[in-house]
Design a protein around this ligand. Structure first.
Ligand code: BTN
Length: 328
């Protein structure tokens, strides 16, 4: 009932009488009052005036379903929404929910993670209330070998949503394969994990950590990390960003699934690829090589030009790519 009262208050310009709420929901005045108190505890500012009733003054920048779902314009991405004030890791939760039968497109969002995970065994630690930590659960019918490309599809969706939020203030790029960067610093990381049985994909979880209104970072990443707020001085609606990422992801995913590769998306990806035409350091098992990055391939590799002019494709997971002088 709390959600319905909130929706009702959101639809009204003026005050809604307690009596009207009681009659509409068929409950007592005390029951309505209790739900109003619960909403206030969630951060909603509600004015209560005797003889006039209740008026919603402002909503918190919260990630509850009530804030995100009304902004969502998707057919399936994010439609099954799981919110946690605190969890260990949204990737872990999403994998558990997948086993319990959560459907394709379920989205797990947490305000705080106690065991947030990054790539290569690193941790993902970020102050609560300022960023987005979420995991999208997919249950695609696809060849195992194609699944890693979904990380690149997610990167495109996030870059799109971040570009939309930034407007003219700055622009956002993808550092191959899937880091999202603004002004040369990382604004978002993606950790994709897959559960398989023999060669059958049970589920794929795309974990996204997007720095939105974050102003302080762990000393270990301070020099290479940024947030939308740090780059523009503005605060952003996290619920709108989640909805925008879901919308863009659904768009790119549906295109991707037609061929199960990036052939229809390489132009769009390359247009967002910060490494395009730049010299990069490729860190390989046999050492480091300086090459020029050219473009993404239809299977998600990076086509690079060696110093002798020959070209080769490097595969994500096998190498690391850095800028010649720093992160990009
Ligand atoms: C990276 O190292 O760049 C990837 C970071 C991914 C962090 C996100 S936050 C939501 C999801 N849950 C996790 O535990 N990790 C991912």
């Amino acid at each position: 009932m709390k959600e319905q009262i909130l929706q009702w208050l959101k639809q009204q310009d003026g005050y809604v009488s307690g009596q009207a709420l009681c009659e509409h929901f068929g409950v007592s005045r005390t029951a309505v009052w209790k739900q109003i108190q619960a909403l206030k505890k969630d951060g909603y500012v509600i004015d209560s005036v005797s003889n006039k009733g209740y008026k919603l003054i402002s909503s918190p920048d919260a990630l509850f379903g009530e804030e995100v779902l009304p902004r969502l314009h998707t057919a399936w991405a994010g439609r099954h929404y799981y919110y946690y004030a605190q969890t260990d890791s949204t990737n872990i939760r999403a994998k558990q929910l997948a086993e319990e039968g959560a459907p394709h497109g379920s989205l797990v969002v947490a305000e705080k993670q106690t065991a947030g995970r990054g790539r290569r065994g690193r941790t993902w630690v970020i102050p609560e209330g300022e960023s987005i930590t979420m995991s999208l659960l997919l249950k695609p019918e696809m060849e195992l070998i194609n699944a890693s490309m979904l990380t690149l599809v997610a990167a495109m969706a996030i870059a799109d949503a971040v570009r939309r939020a930034l407007g003219d203030a700055a622009t956002c790029y993808i550092k191959w394969p899937n880091d999202i960067v603004v002004n040369g610093k990382k604004i978002c990381g993606i950790l994709t994990e897959m559960t398989t049985e023999a060669d059958y994909i049970n589920s794929i979880v795309i974990g996204i950590g997007l720095n939105v209104n974050t102003t302080t970072f762990d000393p270990a990443v301070r020099d290479v990390a940024t947030s939308l707020r740090l780059e523009t001085g503005r605060c952003y609606s996290r619920s709108q960003l989640i909805a925008d990422v879901m919308e863009a992801f659904e768009h790119y995913y549906d295109i991707f699934m037609q061929t199960q590769d990036l052939s229809a998306l390489t132009d769009a990806y390359n247009a967002m690829l910060i490494n395009c035409g730049r010299q990069v350091r490729v860190i390989e098992q046999d050492g480091e090589h300086i090459v020029t990055a050219r473009s993404v391939t239809r299977t998600g590799g990076l086509l690079v030009e060696n110093a002798d002019g020959t070209e080769r494709e490097i595969i994500s997971g096998e190498v690391s790519v850095r800028g010649v002088l720093g992160y990009v």
